[in-house]
Design a protein around this ligand. Structure first.
Ligand SMILES: [Zn+2]
Length: 196
């Protein structure tokens, strides 16, 4: 996994349990990684990586700590970050109909942006580098926050046009309307990814 260093590393982290998640699920007991810019340039035994990058700007002995790839959270509602505490004490349907739907249906685009930023900061602090949004309202604002945070994400708009207790401003959106909104969001995100 190590290779001859063509450039100096910004940092070499060594003396760690490195969980590589490669095809063979290799775990290195005294492993190291070298980072150049925002890329992992080498992974391997500490002696090999330290030897390949002798001029690293920073060398950090992790003393047996664990290095592993970022976690992937597969079910996140970024919009609900700001709703912490408004529905901790109720049953599921009261939570949904009486608290969360009224809250989410009154969110603004700026609320969605702020909620996603806060949610993303918590995800990063938990070791998450990629997540799947399970459904919110303003995907363009989620995307704006995710780009700023440097996370990877699959974002989606929650769409419902029937069901008990649905907020009026959601139920007025037909299935065709929802599909059109999602298509427009897809076009915008493609554009954002192209220009950044
Ligand atoms: Zn959910």
């Amino acid at each position: 996994m190590t290779q001859a260093a063509a450039v100096s590393a910004d940092i070499v982290l060594h003396n760690a349990f490195v969980v590589t998640m490669d095809g063979a699920l290799t775990v290195l007991r005294d492993g190291a990684i070298a980072v150049v810019g925002d890329r992992i340039a080498a992974v391997g035994p500490s002696a090999d990586v330290l030897g390949a990058f002798p001029g690293a700007a920073q060398t950090l002995n992790l003393a047996g700590r664990i290095l592993l790839p970022g976690f992937v959270n597969t079910h996140v509602h970024t919009s609900q970050q700001l709703a912490r505490g408004i529905a901790d004490d109720v049953d599921l349907m009261t939570w949904l109909h009486g608290r969360i739907w009224p809250y989410e249906s009154h969110m603004t685009e700026e609320d969605s942006y702020a909620s996603t930023l806060l949610c993303g900061i918590e995800l990063i602090r938990s070791g998450v580098t990629c997540f799947a949004e399970a459904g919110g309202q303003y995907v363009s604002e989620m995307a704006r926050a995710v780009e700023l945070l440097g996370l990877r994400a699959c974002l989606t708009k929650s769409t419902m046009d029937c069901g008990d207790g649905l907020p009026p401003n959601w139920s007025s959106c037909s299935t065709d309307d929802c599909i059109q909104v999602c298509l427009q969001i897809g076009i915008r995100i493609t554009f954002l990814n192209t220009v950044t």
